[in-house]
Design a protein around this ligand. Structure first.
Ligand SMILES: Nc1ncnc2c1ncn2[C@@H]1O[C@H](COP(=O)(O)OP(=O)(O)O)[C@@H](O)[C@H]1O
Ligand SMILES: [Mg+2]
Length: 1016
């Protein structure tokens, strides 16, 4: 054998060492692999194990780098290729009081497991050698006494005698099989020269045979393996850490070599099958992949699973099942299992109700897959899988998609389907996602829905408030058995094991009933490198999910990037809707941004030219935070945000609790960044929000004043967000003054076209009116009308402006607490303008959507005013009865037009007006119509909207007239709460409801309610 042992000059141990190796050589199974290739075809997930072999104490620094940097990066890469990476770092896991046999069995047995899983173990060995002859020698590790090695081991592993444990690992994991997946990293001992004497004990071997053993080993490895498998590296002493362990620097090349080697080897052995190019299929596969992956590791939970299964297979259900619970209680895991079982059952035709077609199972995990929080994309995928839409028949926007989905899910002809959506409350915030107007109140019999969500979120409240209440199921805390199983399983995967006392100590924490707490605790233990202190570490875990997360965050700060980690967390927490990766990198790239101070002005005036954060710095931060972030896609198209809501709370508790100035700081940083970006959509989402948070009225006024911003937020019926921002700036007159000044400038500018100016006058008039400033909007409208006159009074424009005028008069009417004769002047104007608008529409020949919309609007609003007309008994030109009849007729046409337009919200409004009119002659009939209108309204807009607030109020008034004060009180209260949220606290319409609730009858009910609450 060519080990060179005979040339040894050291100590006379050469004979001994070479004997050992000769013995080993005789047992070699594979001389040299003829064909250095190993390719495994696969479908689905596969586990890849990396065995790390070295003496422990002296490679503490390298092992820390591996477990906290190299392997997490490699794991991330693996996951994108459907591979689980398990690194076997046996620093702890072999119990302290183990016998020689047990210890050897664990080490060698683990390698056996690697053979089973990966044919050839992915094997990494760390060894120290002297590059040049040196008197110092590092540790060769424990050499078991031959008398202690039991026969059974010798029988099984014939070559073990005389070898150190590390050498045995090398033999078994690499050498004897010429393992092409093995990598040897040989460290030059020269760094020992700079280490203080008292620390050398950990690193220097007192066993006199060590130098010779290591020298021979080096030679053997070089002879046997390919040159890229045997690498030398150098490093330098870098002080000690808080646990007194030697730290090393200069390990960058080491990390790169290890990462690159295994990446290449894994890629070659487990190539990824060709991916489909159909984007819908790709997304479906991502969800499938998540589902299978998660489902496989779910332990316990039999009872809940049984209950959900029952719901799915039962006949005649027309409502959804909701799985409810706090963050980290295990909802997603259960949902993954539910999806898995449903697919299985569907395939084996084990679900009754669809003998011919079978069942389609649709599942979607919000937040777990890039792009998944996009409700529109989710619904389109569902509709596509149900063959309801296709590329040539695609709904144009979210609203239409919701409508299509709603009718599909209530249609008995839709393909039978089980819809499983996890984390329903995590869809990107939009009206449709909180109001759930895509989900019909009554499901068709062959549509089964199971949704999970955090309880008491707007989504949960919406569904709970529906007339057809969903079935609710709360996730229960983990029982002891499952907790134990989770610990054993999650540590066992890495060959780690707690002793009885440690397990009891861990599970005695109350929070161990929360699966998220438990899995974070296990992960903290897994990456913890000091076996001696493990028990203490377990005891130190704080009870409470938030506190545990806070302590994890502290570790991240210490180990990976300090203030950069803090800044990333705080910026994400303060952002309104999460941040794009490139946005975050630009902000973090300016060092002035990342350290908060009370002096915000300094920051505001900072003119530093911005560059994005260097990729290597970002990688360190991202690596540790990744498990806590939503995946956002390879190309960075999605937003970075927290995966579990609990982390968001922990960040708030840890970094903001005492110091409100820190909050202001981060919002200022964000405001400063978004102030200058080009993308209007992102800017309007974030910039004014942060200005509001920092209470920067000046800048907010400047921003809102810009016409492009005004147009962005403008809505003809109600510009809620714009008005809310203005409320931060000041009272109504601020808004009025600001825009009228801009209008005057525009008017004085000869280059601006008159049509443009007229449109601007109209829009500002509407917004001023929406702000509750009714009187001042008239002048603005007059200016618009005058301009249109000059331009030739085009019918469509006149129709629109007459409608605005009518709406303004109507707005004044709503301020009266009761119907009184004093309303007559405004009421007459209002009706007359509406009729003028309607008359014009009769002359229009073009029956476009715009026409239909405008005409329906006039008719519907006219009917509303005719109710008051009827009560006030009309006048000589239009009698009360004529008014009533005209109202009924108008509503009929308006409703038809809106139905043609597919505009459900306005259909509900027509029905409400029908109820209003009818209430004068048939209260019971009116109430029935109101209730129907209410359902449609809430399903379309939710509880907080202009129409809902009016709906509640009108129903309350009718109930009061019917002497049903109890129910009227509830409706008035809902109405008030909606008005406050929509219009603000000091809007006249809000004021009116407040006055109603001050009346003695309602005060009495309020007191009763209070007493009842106290008794509870
Ligand atoms: N039954 C279970 N068995 C094993 N691990 C679980 C179980 N339930 C939850 N976990 C683990 O706990 C963590 C949090 O669970 P998750 O399902 O994401 O909670 P939620 O969706 O309620 O926030 C995950 O890491 C998950 O792997
Ligand atoms: Mg979840």
């Amino acid at each position: 054998m060519g080990c060179g042992a005979s040339n040894a000059t050291t100590g006379g141990y050469n004979i001994l060492v070479s004997d050992t190796w000769n013995q080993v050589e005789r047992t070699i199974e594979v001389r040299k692999r003829p064909n250095n290739k190993l390719v495994v075809k696969r479908s689905g997930w596969k586990t890849v194990r990396i065995f790390v072999s070295s003496t422990f104490r002296d490679f503490h620094a390298e092992r820390e780098t591996l477990i906290k940097e190299v392997f997490p990066d490699l794991r991330q890469w693996c996951e994108s290729r459907r591979l689980h990476l398990v690194d076997c770092d046996l620093r702890w896991g072999v119990p302290v009081d183990s016998s020689t046999e047990e210890t050897l069995r664990v080490c060698l047995g683990e390698i056996d497991r690697c053979y089973q899983d990966n044919i050839m173990p992915f094997f990494l060995n760390l060894t120290s050698v002297a590059m040049i002859q040196s008197l110092l020698s590092e540790r060769c590790g424990w050499i078991p006494n031959p008398l202690e090695v039991p026969d059974s081991i010798v029988e099984e592993y014939r070559w073990v005698m005389g070898l150190s444990v590390t050498e045995m690992e090398i033999m078994h994991g690499a050498y004897r099989k010429d393992n092409l997946n093995s990598l040897f990293m040989l460290r030059d001992v020269s760094f020992l020269n700079n280490i203080p004497a008292k620390l050398k004990d950990d690193l220097v071997d007192v066993n006199p045979i060590a130098p010779e053993k290591l020298r021979v080993l080096k030679q053997m490895l070089k002879d046997r393996f390919h040159e890229n498998q045997v690498n030398f590296y150098k490093c330098q002493y870098d002080g000690v850490d808080s646990d007194g362990k030697v730290e090393l620097k200069g390990l960058d090349d080491f990390s790169k070599t290890v990462f690159q080697f295994f990446k290449t080897r894994i890629e070659e052995q487990y190539p990824l099958e060709e991916k489909t190019t159909d984007p819908y299929r790709q997304i479906m596969e991502s969800h499938e992949s998540f589902m299978r992956n998660r489902s496989a590791s779910v332990l316990g939970r039999n009872e809940i699973l049984e209950q959900i299964k029952e719901h799915i297979v039962s006949v005649g259900v027309d409502k959804a099942l909701l799985l409810l619970g706090g963050p980290g209680t295990g909802k997603s895991s259960i949902m993954a299992r539910v999806a898995d079982v449903s697919v299985e059952k569907a395939i084996s035709r084990d679900i009754p109700g669809s003998p011919d077609q079978g069942w389609h199972v649709f599942y979607h995990f919000v937040g777990a897959i890039p792009g998944s929080p996009d409700l529109e994309a989710c619904l389109k995928r569902l509709l596509k899988e149900l063959n309801i839409i296709n590329e040539s028949k695609m709904p144009k926007d979210l609203e239409t998609t919701c409508q299509v989905a709603c009718s599909a899910l209530s249609n008995p002809n839709t393909k039978p389907v089980i819809i499983i959506i996890d984390a329903l409350n995590q869809f990107d915030e939009s009206k449709e996602s909180t109001v759930l107007n895509w989900l019909p109140v009554k499901l068709a019999p062959q549509v089964r829905c199971v949704f999970s969500m955090i309880d008491d979120t707007p989504q949960h409240k919406t569904l709970k408030g529906r007339s057809n209440k969903p079935v609710e199921l709360f996730v229960t805390p983990l029982d002891m058995e499952s907790r134990k199983a989770i610990v054993v399983e999650s540590l066992g995967k890495y060959n780690k094991k707690l002793d009885e006392e440690q397990m009891t100590s861990l599970l005695s924490k109350e929070s161990s009933q929360n699966p998220l707490w438990l899995s974070i605790a296990c992960e903290e233990l897994r990456v913890y490198g000091l076996f001696e202190k493990l028990t203490k570490k377990i005891k130190s875990f704080p009870d409470g999910l938030l506190s545990l997360l806070e302590s994890v965050l502290s570790r991240f700060e210490d180990e990976s990037g300090g203030q950069l980690v803090v800044a990333t967390l705080c910026l994400l927490e303060c952002s309104k809707t999460g941040l794009l990766e490139r946005e975050l990198l630009m902000i973090l790239g300016n060092p002035k941004n990342i350290t908060p101070s009370k002096d915000v002005n300094n920051l505001k005036n900072d003119q530093t030219v911005k560059n994005p954060l260097a990729a290597s710095n970002w990688a360190r931060v991202y690596r540790v935070l990744k498990p806590f972030l939503r995946p956002f896609g390879d190309s960075g198209e999605g937003r970075l945000d927290f995966y579990h809501r609990s982390l968001s709370k922990a960040v708030r508790a840890k970094y903001f609790k005492q110091d409100s100035w820190k909050n202001i700081w981060w919002h200022t940083v964000l405001a400063k960044y978004f102030e200058t970006i080009e993308n209007m959509d992102r800017q309007s989402e974030e910039y004014p929000y942060h200005l509001t948070k920092c209470d920067d009225k000046e800048k907010l006024r400047e921003y809102l004043k810009q016409w492009r911003v005004f147009h962005h937020f403008y809505h003809p019926e109600f510009s809620g967000e714009l008005l809310a921002f203005w409320r931060t700036v000041g009272d109504k007159s601020e808004l009025f003054d600001c825009y009228t000044e801009s209008l005057e400038n525009m008017n004085n500018n000869p280059n601006v076209d008159k049509e443009e100016i007229s449109l601007h006058y109209e829009k500002v008039a509407r917004v001023v009116m929406q702000s509750g400033d009714v009187d001042r909007c008239f002048n603005l409208l007059q200016s618009a009308l005058a301009l249109e006159d000059e331009l030739g009074a085009k019918p469509m424009r006149m129709m629109q402006l007459y409608n605005v005028a009518a709406t303004m008069h109507n707005e004044r009417l709503t301020l009266h607490d009761f119907i009184t004769k004093a309303m007559m002047p405004d009421l007459k104007e209002c009706i007359s303008f509406r009729r003028k608008a309607i008359r014009i529409s009769e002359q229009l020949t073009e029956r476009s959507e715009k026409y239909k919309y405008e005409r329906a609007f006039s008719l519907m609003k006219l009917a509303f005013n005719l109710k008051t007309w009827f009560v006030l008994k009309g006048d000589n030109n239009l009698s009360a009865q004529e008014g009533f009849d005209l109202g009924v007729e108008s509503l009929k046409e308006a409703k038809e037009l809106y139905e043609e337009l597919g505009d459900k919200g306005h259909v509900a409004e027509c029905m409400m007006n029908e109820g209003l009119l009818l209430g004068e002659v048939d209260q019971e009939g009116a109430l029935e119509i109101y209730r129907k209108a209410e359902v449609i309204c809430i399903q379309t807009y939710g509880e907080v909207s202009v129409l809902s607030s009016r709906m509640f109020t009108n129903i309350a008034i009718l109930l009061e007239e019917m002497n049903n004060y109890d129910e009227a009180y509830t409706y008035f209260k809902n109405g008030l709460s909606s008005k406050i949220q929509v219009f603000g606290d000091d809007h006249p319409q809000t004021g009116r409801l407040k006055r109603v609730l001050q009346e003695p009858a309602y005060q009495r009910l309020a007191r009763q309610e209070q007493q009842q609450n106290q008794q509870r």
